[in-house]
Design a protein around this ligand. Structure first.
Ligand code: FAD
Length: 464
């Protein structure tokens, strides 16, 4: 027969789940082999979080210059999108290069190829030219997800997934976005700021349907400022493509409409990469929607096989994948770690940004007898006003009886960074009083966290 190589820990997939698990398992003394069929860094670094944030920051700079957004400052901006794209790629290359260096420095063996299970303790890895088998002690599956295509609207030259939408060589004159989730909103708003006429077609009754309505309202208002057309309760039916453009037919509560644009971007969700791994051959138990069932140690029904990231239930977010990667690595290194999902932040890098952590208002009210809420507006914060960014608020939810912070929401400038303190507060069981008594530097956006606590305690200084 063919030679089978003996390895210790095998990790399939080098995204933010897999590469983090690899580093942590190596730090804890295991010999790690990491397999990826593409670039390390996964979706997040190569075609997700990082390139999208790079384009968002370019669009923000362009908009600020182009629209002369700052009182007293006017400029004439010009845009060379191919240069922006080159810079975006350099950002991606720096980050994936960094991951490669870290893997090497931690003595992780990286193998390029596509892996699938042939036995419960053996995988086969295919490169373009050959296959090779590895017998392992423990395995972490971290194969991530890919965009869902609509059956009626398959990808084509003018029907794009997020991957292609991030890599357009020119700013399109017009763009239709099917799906008003965070990816659709981030990309739609980015192109709108770069001058594209954007139309968003969302199936539910509001954009960002997984967030509370109050939060999406400010984003909605801003999108309208960029002349974005938004259709909700709208179901995409079909497209008709010509050499120069594409026409989408959709229905809004039964009424048929059409819109024509340069491109259609489909962002209607992601599908776990679990269908070509041979999971059925080795009897891995599945959860709903092609996800792998795992316990609180990220362990599958097979004792030595773990699964993390977008292929297991929970929010499909990079930081959640990395967190699970650390837990799984610790468990295979003999530690008694378990996952705790109380504090998984979720951020939309829209304008303004939305960031939440812990319970929603509704969940808090269900979980506790009485909930106190403290809300502090950006408009009452000196730094926000001096930044000319005074839209938004910080909202805290606490258990009245104990004063424990149980949930937080921020919408506004730098919400993505402000949410970190609130996650730590919940994680460390901080009370409103703890937060209110923490001296925050003046003038900073962080003061709003302190002041929202004071509002909840009924002792606000800077609001009435
Ligand atoms: P992935 O990152 O998907 O990595 C899986 C890896 O496995 C890939 O490298 C793939 O090549 C490899 N692989 C798959 N099958 C095999 C196989 N059989 N053999 C070998 N290798 C295989 N999340 C955030 O938290 N913040 C954001 O701002 C954010 N923005 C996003 C923007 C966009 C446009 C998109 C699409 C996603 C965004 N996400 C964001 C989501 C984030 O990218 C994912 O949640 C994250 O990448 C999941 O990590 P993972 O390790 O589970 O898998």
């Amino acid at each position: 027969g063919e030679l089978t190589e003996e390895v210790d820990v095998v990790i399939i997939g080098g995204g933010p789940g897999g590469y983090v698990a690899a580093i942590r398992a190596a730090q804890l003394g295991r010999q790690v082999t990491l397999i990826d069929k593409a670039e390390v860094g996964g979706v997040c670094l190569n075609r997700g979080c990082i390139p999208s944030k790079a384009l968002i920051s370019a669009a923000d700079r362009y908009e600020a210059a182009h629209e002369s957004l700052f009182p007293g400052i006017s400029t004439t901006a010009s845009l060379d999108f191919s240069e922006v794209q080159k810079w975006k790629q350099s950002v991606v290359d720096k980050m994936t290069g960094g991951v490669k260096t870290l893997l090497k420095g931690n003595k992780v063996t990286v193998i390029s190829g596509e892996a699938f299970f042939v036995k419960p303790d053996e995988i086969r890895v295919m490169t373009e030219v050959e296959g090779h088998n590895y017998h392992f002690e423990d395995c972490i599956i971290a194969t991530g997800s890919r965009p869902i295509e609509l059956k009626s609207i398959p990808n084509s030259d003018r029907v794009l997934s997020s991957t292609e939408a991030l890599s357009l060589s020119e700013v399109p004159k017009s763009l239709i976005v099917i799906g008003g989730g965070y990816i659709g909103i981030e990309l739609g708003q980015t192109y709108a700021k770069l001058g594209t006429k954007v139309t968003i077609v969302e199936g539910t009754s509001s954009i960002l349907p997984t967030f509370e309505a109050q939060l999406s309202r400010l984003v909605l208002r801003n999108l309208k400022k960029y002349n974005v057309d938004i259709f909700t309760d709208a179901l995409a039916q079909s497209v008709k493509e010509t050499k120069d453009d594409v026409t989408l037919t959709f229905t809004v509560r039964g009424e048929e409409k059409t819109v024509t644009a340069d491109y259609v971007l489909v962002t209607v969700g992601r599908r776990p990469n679990t269908d070509e791994l041979g999971l059925e051959t080795i009897g891995i138990q599945m959860a709903e929607k092609g996800l792998i069932a795992v316990d609180a140690q990220c362990k599958t029904n097979l004792d030595h096989i773990y699964a993390i990231g977008d292929i297991v239930p929970g929010p499909a977010l990079a930081h959640k994948a990395s967190y699970e990667g650390k837990v799984a690595a610790e468990v295979i290194a003999g530690q008694h770690s378990i996952v705790d999902y109380r504090c998984v932040p979720a951020v939309v890098f829209s304008d303004p940004e939305i960031a939440v952590v812990g319970l929603t208002e509704e969940e808090a009210k269900q979980a506790y007898k009485e909930v106190v809420i403290g809300r502090f507006p950006y408009a009452a914060n000196g730094r926000a006003t001096a930044l000319n960014a005074d839209a938004g608020y910080v909202k805290l939810m606490a258990d009245k009886e104990s004063g424990l912070l149980v949930g937080a929401q921020v919408i506004g400038h730098e919400a993505s960074n402000l949410i970190a303190e609130l996650g730590l507060a919940i994680e460390m069981s901080a009370t409103l009083e703890d937060i209110a008594l923490t001296i925050h530097a003046h003038p900073t956006l962080g003061e709003m966290v302190m002041e929202a606590s004071e509002v909840a305690l009924g002792l606000p200084i800077h609001v009435l």
